[in-house]
Design a protein around this ligand. Structure first.
Ligand code: DLL
Length: 440
């Protein structure tokens, strides 16, 4: 258990650690990094082989900078060691496993010791406190429970912080709305796309979510734009906060925004080491450059991850934050490198298309992108919906479509086809939204 005997203001879960000087953080990281590398090398055949092949040894590590000589870990390393061979402890000593859905091939399995669950709970509690959750709050948790880390991660964190949890899980949206109204939760946890679905179903039921007590949304598990944030703030009448994480590293709570600044997600550096590398050359990039986020765990017992390539594209900053926390910030994740589309030579992320269409008069914030071949070239078709009540005869739909096509061209610089549809025609999400349908 975390030592919470020191005085902590109520807007921070662990003031001493969250405001540690960067020099002290670096010292703590160096010490923990050695421990993590040692543990991986001694207990996981995969790491022993990979380190030996690269000619590196944990005991040769002089400083955190030397980590750059250690090999990366990628998703296929987990699949190749399916299900339990990447663990640094006998399976019988673990208290839990989670797994990715694995749309293609084997799922990736991740494991936790009792101590790992304890630290995860603390980091989620820390994230939630940063997001403005307080002990005694009622938390409506609509992240999916099960193999996905969202549900149980948020559940344990909220309990640890001293909140009362409503463990609804995802789906059954009318019931979600009824419970939000009847119980009066002040905090909502779900994906941003599901939050939109909830507010819309509420409107159909004659219940305005914005008029309910809910005032904080802890949204993550998928990329979302600042434009979508403004839309969620307004439609749900709350403050939308971004939370990041991935199962391979822990689950939700690897990084979270503070409600003071909402300007980047504080990455909890006492437990993780963050690097940004050039996805092509794999060379580490200086602070502030955009590239692929690489994370090393510093305290995970059951499954240390050394230089895990997340494939998430972002930038880091260690500029001081208005909230007083010293841990670096991950500027919002633009998307995954495998989601990046190259349309006539222009690199585009779905979240950029989202930023253009959300808030455009008469359009609903629902969309889907279809990728297809036009001769030898990749082409993009964007499907959107008009708002309920807006004109939706053919002429009105065509006019909306051509307006959006024009904006996408002038703001992102790509030519695409746009189809505007009737309200309700784009599939709704109950978890992670499917933004891109690849028909190439
Ligand atoms: O999505 C963990 C999570 C649950 C995070 C609930 C936040 C809230 P995975 O299913 O393993 O874990 O998916 C991880 O989702 O590599 C990113 O590509 C994406 N992702 C997660 N959070 C964000 C975010 C959970 N805030 C993958 N912004 C990651 C953008 C995100 N992308």
């Amino acid at each position: 258990m975390l030592d919470r005997t020191h005085k902590t203001p109520d807007y921070m879960y662990d003031h001493k650690v969250e405001t540690m000087s960067r020099a002290a953080l670096a010292e703590l990281q160096a010490e923990r990094l050695r421990w993590s590398l040692d543990r991986a090398y001694a207990n996981v055949p995969h790491y022993r082989k990979a380190f030996d092949k690269a000619g590196v040894k944990p005991d040769k590590l002089k400083s955190v900078d030397d980590l750059r000589h250690f090999p990366f870990t990628v998703k296929t390393d987990l699949r190749d060691n399916y299900p339990f061979d990447i663990f640094a402890m006998p399976r019988a000593q673990l208290v839990r496993v989670h797994a990715s859905s694995g749309t293609t091939g084997k799922p990736t399995v991740v494991g936790y010791s009792k101590g790992d669950i304890d630290r995860w709970s603390d980091l989620m509690a820390r994230s939630m406190a940063a997001a403005g959750f307080r002990p005694g709050d009622l938390v409506h948790n609509a992240y999916g429970y099960g193999l996905f880390t969202g549900g149980l991660g948020a559940h344990y964190g909220a309990e640890r912080l001293g909140c009362t949890v409503v463990p609804v899980s995802g789906g059954g949206t009318e019931r979600q709305v009824t419970l939000l109204r009847d119980f009066g939760a002040v905090n909502l946890c779900c994906t941003p796309s599901y939050a939109l679905n909830i507010v819309e179903v509420g409107a159909r039921m004659g219940i305005d979510i914005a008029a309910l007590p809910v005032r904080r949304g802890l949204f993550g598990a998928e990329p979302w734009s600042n434009e979508m944030r403004a839309e969620l703030d307004r439609r749900l009448g709350l403050k939308a906060i971004d939370i990041y994480g991935l199962s391979e590293i822990m689950g939700p709570g690897v990084a979270c925004e503070c409600d003071t600044a909402r300007a980047g997600l504080h990455g909890w550096e006492d437990h993780f080491l963050f690097e940004v590398v050039d996805p092509e050359t794999q060379e580490p990039l200086p602070m502030g450059s955009q590239g692929e986020l690489v994370i090393t765990t510093l305290t995970k017992e059951a499954m240390p991850m050394i230089r895990y390539r997340t494939r998430d594209i972002t930038r880091l900053t260690d500029e001081p934050c208005a909230c007083g926390r010293t841990h670096l910030r991950i500027l919002r994740v633009a998307g995954r490198d495998d989601d990046m589309m190259i349309i006539r030579g222009v690199n585009v992320y779905p979240s950029q298309v989202e930023a253009v269409l959300v808030g455009l008069a008469g359009l609903a914030p629902h969309y889907q992108i279809r990728l297809f071949k036009e001769g030898p070239l990749d082409a993009m078709a964007v499907e959107v919906e008009v708002l309920p009540g807006a004109a939706c005869d053919d002429a009105a739909l065509n006019a909306k479509a051509s307006e959006l096509r024009h904006h996408i061209k002038s703001i992102i610089g790509v030519t695409c086809t746009v189809t505007a549809r009737q309200p309700g025609e784009i599939p709704r999400s109950e978890g992670k939204a499917v933004r891109v349908v690849d028909q190439r």
